[in-house]
Ligand binder design. Structure first.
Ligand code: ATP
Ligand code: MG
Length: 553
């Protein structure tokens, strides 16, 4: 097999090892904020970090960046852990930025003592108005020269909860004319009276993300802190913070950035996903139409397919949009190998075989998975009354329609050739039943001349007596456009017909099938048996495309 080249992060790490970095000090982390469920974009960051952990036999921390109690919740912490476990990754330490609140607070005092931080008592609006622009320097706050002792006392009062939110903030004293806007005296603490899901009401001030993130990496002694490209300008700030705290005993994390995963027809922003969930546009974070890990799981995606997808996308510094069909390709390839075949009719139309005896059932053989011959065959039952797919019949023949029409023959999969003779309609003139005849000599695999007679198509079917009712959810893309939210709001871009629930018939053995197991329904695609219900429900994972032709040609 051709050896895959190293990705650019592996090259950096290998380079560090060559220069003497000890392998035993390697440590990575995945740092989600528990303010929503993980999505397909996070999958990339998870795989980048955990794959490196596997490659270098190095630990990977799971760190919750929980600095914003207003938006965060334990529900999200649990959902994130469940998703990473389900993907098959094992983290080393389970860490929380909130565990470092005391250390961060003590360090903030160090900054104040060194005159590298000050309490600003202006409103956030005033502070914003002095920020300047990338081409114009900002203005110093009138509080910038506040004596150290005064800042220290005010900060302690913020800490004890004496100050109202918005009255004062603590800012790092860096450089209001830096070309890097992030270096213009960033706010590092604010007062907030929110209940935190872990620390409760202990804290009346909360550290900002930038102050927390780099320090957390340092505290955990993460060797390579890998994040998405938009964090590149934050590097300078994280370095400044650590310089300001010198002397420090530990090793400095090395931050490197890779491009975000963008997928066509898909949103990968927790904020927008949260909007869809809270507005009721979808049925929760795990709605199978959402690109959340939990939604994809409910849809029938497998950890193997998702990891394969992430590995195929790879890691680089180039921003691009990946076609969603690559994701679909990965799940199709996985299920084609693993999913047993089953029979279902999603929009049933009754067929009566007029020359087949009443009260007779004939046993026929059905291959469980042509990709896995060892699974063998099972019995299916042919009888006088059957169901076929409504779409597979058309009353009038036309040159573009190859399936069953009046006077035209088709083969019923693994069974006989039938011919439509007569159509029975209801009072609304809709076809209710098709009366057919069958050729008794044409049984598949029987070796007769008729059994190999060519007809225009092979269609699937189900015997009426064996058919069991089931609900089947069939999905279309959630958005009508490839870049949702680009020109209109995401709500306007929603596809109103993204979910259709059908009253279908399936084979009886599917009633007892393991919830959460996947099947290939003949000719229709891949379906997963829904777990979260007492009814018999299947969710469509993905269509088949060409595999039907190959298998059955
Ligand atoms: P969102 O924009 O959806 O809110 P986020 O970056 O704020 O995402 P975090 O919980 O902070 O969400 O993300 C945890 C990690 O996942 C970060 O390191 C972040 O860079 C990474 N990540 C988030 N979205 C993507 C993406 N689309 N592609 C690659 N990595 C991502
Ligand atoms: Mg974030």
């Amino acid at each position: 097999m051709k050896k895959k080249g190293l990705n650019f992060l592996e090259q950096i790490i290998d380079g560090d090892i060559k220069k003497g970095y000890e392998k035993k000090h390697l440590r990575f982390r995945f740092p989600p904020e528990p303010n929503g469920y993980l999505h397909i974009g996070h999958l990339k960051a998870i795989c980048v970090n955990f794959n490196l952990g596997e490659k270098y036999s190095a630990p990977v921390n799971l760190r919750f960046d929980d600095t914003n109690p207003e938006k965060e919740a334990k529900e999200y912490v649990e959902a994130i852990k469940k998703d990473i476990e389900w993907l098959g990754f094992k983290w080393d330490k389970e860490c929380y930025a909130s565990d470092y609140f005391q250390q961060l607070y003590d360090w903030a005092h160090v900054l104040i003592e060194k005159d590298l931080a000050y309490v600003d008592s202006q409103s956030s609006k005033e502070i914003a108005s002095q920020k300047g622009t990338p081409t114009e320097p900002g203005k110093n706050s009138p509080n910038r020269t506040r004596p150290t002792e005064e800042s220290r006392l005010l900060f302690e009062e913020m800490h004890s909860g004496k100050m109202k939110p918005g009255e004062h903030v603590l800012r790092a004293k860096i450089d209001m004319s830096s070309p890097n806007m992030l270096m213009r005296d960033p706010v590092i603490y604010r007062s907030m009276s929110s209940h935190h899901h872990r620390t409760g009401d202990t804290w009346k001030i909360y550290p900002l993300y930038d102050w927390t993130h780099g320090e957390s990496d340092y505290i955990e002694q993460v060797s390579h802190s890998l994040c998405t490209l938009e964090f590149e300008p934050h590097r300078e700030l994280y370095d400044w913070f650590l310089d300001a705290l010198e002397p420090l005993k530990g090793r400095r994390p090395k931050q490197r950035e890779f491009s975000r995963l963008n997928l066509s027809y898909t949103i990968t922003s927790k904020r927008l996903l949260a909007e869809l969930v809270s507005s009721g546009a979808v049925q929760g974070w795990d709605d199978p139409r959402l690109p959340t890990i939990s939604g994809l799981r409910k849809r029938g995606y497998t950890p193997k397919a998702l990891r394969q997808f992430a590995n195929t996308v790879g890691v680089s510094k180039r921003e691009n949009v990946i076609d969603v069909s690559l994701l679909e390709f990965c799940i199709r390839a996985d299920l084609n190998e693993s999913a047993p075949r089953a029979r279902a009719v999603l929009s049933p139309l009754k067929v009566t075989i007029k020359n087949f005896p009443e009260n007779k059932t004939e046993e026929l053989e059905f291959e469980i998975n042509p990709q896995k011959k060892e699974l063998g065959k099972r019995k299916v039952f042919f009888e006088r009354e059957l169901y076929i797919e409504r779409d597979d019949f058309q009353e009038e023949d036309d040159e573009n329609f190859y399936r069953l029409t009046k006077g035209q023959e088709v083969r019923l999969k693994n069974a006989y050739i039938i011919k439509a003779e007569e159509v029975i309609k209801n009072k609304d003139n809709e076809v209710e039943e098709v009366v057919c005849s069958y050729d008794p000599k044409s049984k598949s695999g029987s070796g007769t001349e008729e059994s190999s007679r060519k007809v225009k198509a092979t269609i699937h079917w189900l015997g009426r007596a064996e058919a069991v009712t089931a609900k089947v959810n069939v999905y279309d893309r959630l958005f009508k456009v490839s870049e949702p939210g680009k020109e209109k709001s995401i709500t306007e871009d929603l596809n109103e017909n993204s979910l259709e629930t059908l009253d279908a018939f399936v084979e009886p053995y599917l009633k007892d099938a393991e919830p959460g197991s996947s099947y290939q329904f003949q000719r229709l695609g891949y379906f997963i048996k829904e777990k979260d219900t007492n009814q018999l429900v299947f969710n469509k994972t993905i269509g088949l495309r060409d595999s039907w032709k190959k298998e059955n040609g």
